[in-house]
Design a protein around this ligand. Sequence first.
Ligand SMILES: O=c1[nH]cnc2c1ncn2[C@H]1C[C@H](O)[C@@H](CO)O1
Ligand SMILES: [Zn+2]
Length: 338
Amino acid sequence: MNYFDLPKIDLHCHIDGSIRPQTIIDLAQQQNISLPTDNPQQIKSHLIAPETCTNLDEYLQRFALPVAVMQTAEAIERITFEVFEDAAQENVKYLEVRFGPLLHLEQGLNLDQIIGSVVKGMKRAEQQYDIHGGIILSLLRHMPKDRINEVIDAGAQYLNKGVVAFDLAGSELAGFCYEFIPYAQYALEKGFKVTIHAGEQGVGQNVFDAIQLLGAERVGHGIHITGHAKAYQLVKQNHVGLEACPSSNMQTKAVTDLANHPLKHFYLDHLPVTINTDNRTVSNTTMTEEVTKVMQQFELSREDYFKIYRNSVESAFTSKEVKQHLLKFDEQPQQIAC
Ligand SMILES: O=c1[nH]cnc2c1ncn2[C@H]1C[C@H](O)[C@@H](CO)O1
Ligand SMILES: [Zn+2]
């Protein structure tokens, strides 16, 4: 099977975690930021979460360097464009990127400039390549909450112009959803869709809460609904899109190995599971690699692949027109159900 040629959809991809190593070097030079090395290969190994990574918190340490060079409008626009370019060049037809606007305020940019730069980078790539996209604003759970509504207000100006959804990311503690109810509510009122990183580090109840308390239509990872019957049932009943990110899940030890990833079980039980990268650089991966790994490990056929592709189309935070366009790449076209 030619995995590279398959049309692909990535619904879970962090911009900062997908930066090209050479771009870090270029931007660090331009911005007088000192790097541990100027060798792209060494920078790359510095960015990739190591085999010895034991959990999500260690994985998250890899983001300091990318975030350090993402403090100017030009840098943010360039990096966004390049993430879309890299994806388009491996036949990703639709890409939803996410990033934390509050991480890019260090050199004086305001939230409008930050979000606007991501929109600009994505639009430039959409004009140049056969790819469509959407932008998800991630709020980091460990950061102060006093500016979350400002992020939502700034992002709301870009709804229908690129921005599509609200997300919570970062370290995952049991019961985190309660503190974020008013913010998710505010985002929903403004017209944002909601996806939440939950059930990545052992807590199935967080998935239940993300859906019930925060209005999540999709969940980032969601691995730990296995072993939590109530969360599993709610995902199934509400048809909540599960954004599986196999390589990342192995690095953060959310699963011990690919064979133990619940993705195949979810698929066989008709949960709307999707395949995604999470972080192209930090997880040292591409959509082609994620799809290859999953299809080989679980012995999935082309037909299986396109069922998962259709899950991604259905779960995508995009217009009916774009969904119809994406279904044109489907080898077993079906009536659009969204
Ligand atoms: O898989 C993840 N889980 C939780 N948080 C994550 C993951 N990947 C990246 N992040 C965080 C670190 C980034 O700096 C932030 C915004 O992209 O989101
Ligand atoms: Zn993520």
